[in-house]
Design a binder for this molecule. Structure first.
Ligand code: HEC
Length: 199
């Protein structure tokens, strides 16, 4: 090998290395810039989101309560259980529209399909804490938003009617029916004024 070709190769190698380093530096800068600029995602005002969701949630709650009341008046609590068991998911489906899916959850759920996920669990715990410190129950709302989804939760309070199936002492026939349908039931032992769960 002549000295000239040796130099040529050395320069080639040096040049390659420099080129690679510049590319790498440029690429990392571009990624950083991208992260800074490719995020046009802006959080919506939670109050606006709540006002959009409120009628959907309330509609679901009202329809379910109306069906439950009617069933209990005509066929007693056992008929009421049947309505909650079969109609609750159906009414939730009907109420879901405009991109929103309505459902119910609770820290002490009856139907395993209503088990809260991590975010829901945190909100329910926070609702309980806020209620204990004197917050009004109709202020117990929570909104979460990222690029993929918006989630809204609202506390559901326990009133006198609910105690027939969620209270501390249930009629034997009610207990029996609930045990049949929900062997893992956690949704008893509530008192009026407790948070029963959330939409
Ligand atoms: C006649 C019995 C009965 C009465 C009265 C009743 N519930 Fe329920 N509740 C049920 C049953 C059964 C389920 C399970 C529904 C299902 O399978 O999705 C349920 C489920 C729920 C859930 C969903 C979370 C979970 O535990 O799975 C909430 C929230 C709830 N009830 C709130 C209430 C409130 C609030 C009242 C009073 C306004 C009430 N219920 C009255 C029987 C009843």
């Amino acid at each position: 090998m002549t000295q000239a070709t040796m130099f040529k190769r050395m320069f080639k190698r040096m040049f390659k290395r420099m080129f690679k380093r510049t590319i790498a530096r440029f690429a990392s800068k571009a990624v950083m810039l991208g992260l800074l600029t490719i995020s046009p995602f802006v959080l919506a005002d939670p109050a606006v989101t709540i006002s959009e969701v409120k009628p959907i949630m309330m509609g679901f709650g009202k329809n379910l309560k109306a069906e439950l009341k009617q069933a209990m008046m005509s066929g007693g609590p056992i008929e009421g259980i049947a309505i909650c068991n079969t109609q609750a998911p159906e009414i939730a489906k009907q109420a879901s529209h405009s991109g929103w899916a309505v459902a119910r959850t609770s820290l002490k759920w009856r139907n395993d399909k209503n088990e809260p996920d991590q975010w829901e669990k945190e909100q329910l715990i926070e609702f309980d804490r806020k209620l204990k410190t004197g917050e009004s129950s109709n202020k117990l709302w929570s909104v979460y938003e990222d690029e993929k989804e918006v989630r809204v939760m609202k506390a559901i309070m326990t009133d006198g009617v609910c105690l027939v199936c969620h209270g501390e002492s249930l009629m034997p026939a009610v207990s029996k029916k609930l045990n049949e349908l929900y062997p893992n039931d956690h949704a008893t032992g509530f008192k009026a004024g407790d948070i029963r769960g959330a939409f």
